[in-house]
Design a protein around this ligand. Structure first.
Ligand code: PAF
Length: 274
């Protein structure tokens, strides 16, 4: 596995290949990231992962400074997963001057749900992803469905700017109890971790009710919020949306349920396609 820190060296190395595959990450890798790597690898002739904690997507009060940087174990895991190239630029390399040109995603998609509670988040994500795509120039890039809205924002950006890359979604990897794997699960104490599975349980309950014919989505949403609140969570949203644009559904729409909630100081998100 080759480790590369500069854009120049990355481009020189990848020039020998036809179709790089790409999985962008912020490091602190877990089995969910590695599943995306394994999914990506057979889709091209060289597999690339990036590790870069992107300042632009953190709000001032969020965990940019304390976000876990676990470089050595990340490299071990990537190597074991068959990754060919790790691109790990430092901030000076990716943002040598203030990044004053930014991607501005459409407000209908990027200012709802995660974007409502984390204003500017998707602008920061889109900007770094556009830049990373320009560095790697992959034929295909894989993004996890755990960040469902992020995947959709990236798909729309690629479509709107006619970027020559195929975007593929990777299924959520869960613990045996059902907890969606996330780097932020590392912030949880043992008891919080045991409780954390309730987020996916609440989403499952919403999905089961819909499968059983429930059509009062507002009632389902309120019930899920109340269930989590009663257990000591601070839910931001528990919603039923249509998959195609994450707006409120109309009869016949294909659905997804999405949730975000804080347990103590850790904010978790999850979703389930219905
Ligand atoms: O999902 C993530 O880890 C990040 O948002 C990404 C896509 C690597 C951009 O920094």
């Amino acid at each position: 596995m080759k480790i590369i820190h500069t854009i120049t060296e990355l481009r020189a190395h990848l020039a020998a290949f036809q179709r790089p595959t790409f999985v962008p990450t912020m490091g602190n890798l877990h089995e969910g990231h590695l599943a995306l790597m394994r999914q990506a690898k057979p889709l091209g002739d060289v597999s690339v992962a990036s590790i870069f904690v992107n300042r632009l997507q953190f709000l001032p009060h969020e965990d940019f400074d304390t976000y876990p940087r676990t470089w050595a174990s990340d490299c071990d895991k990537l190597q074991a997963a068959g990754c060919d190239v790790v691109f790990a630029p430092n901030e000076q390399e990716l943002y040598p001057e203030p990044q004053t040109f930014r991607v501005q995603p459409s407000t209908e998609l990027a200012d709802i749900l995660e974007g409502f509670f984390r204003p500017g988040f998707f602008g920061g994500v889109s900007t770094v992803v556009l830049k990373l795509l320009n560095c790697v120039q992959p034929g295909v890039a894989v993004f996890g469905k755990k960040d469902y809205q992020q995947l959709m924002v990236i798909q729309r950006m690629v479509q709107q700017f006619a970027l020559p890359v195929e975007i593929v979604g990777g299924e959520i990897t869960r613990s045996t109890e059902g907890l969606a794997l996330s780097s932020r699960n590392g912030y949880l104490s043992d008891s919080e971790r045991a409780e954390a599975v309730q987020l996916s349980r609440a989403l499952n309950a919403m999905a089961s009710a819909i499968h059983a014919g429930a059509s009062d989505f507002a009632a389902l949403e309120q019930q899920a919020m109340a269930t989590l609140t009663a257990r000591g969570w601070q839910p931001d949203y528990m919603v039923v949306r249509r998959r195609r644009d994450l707006q409120s559904p109309e009869p016949g729409d294909v659905l997804v349920v999405l949730g975000a909630a804080k347990i103590s100081n850790t904010r978790l998100i999850d979703n389930l396609e219905v």
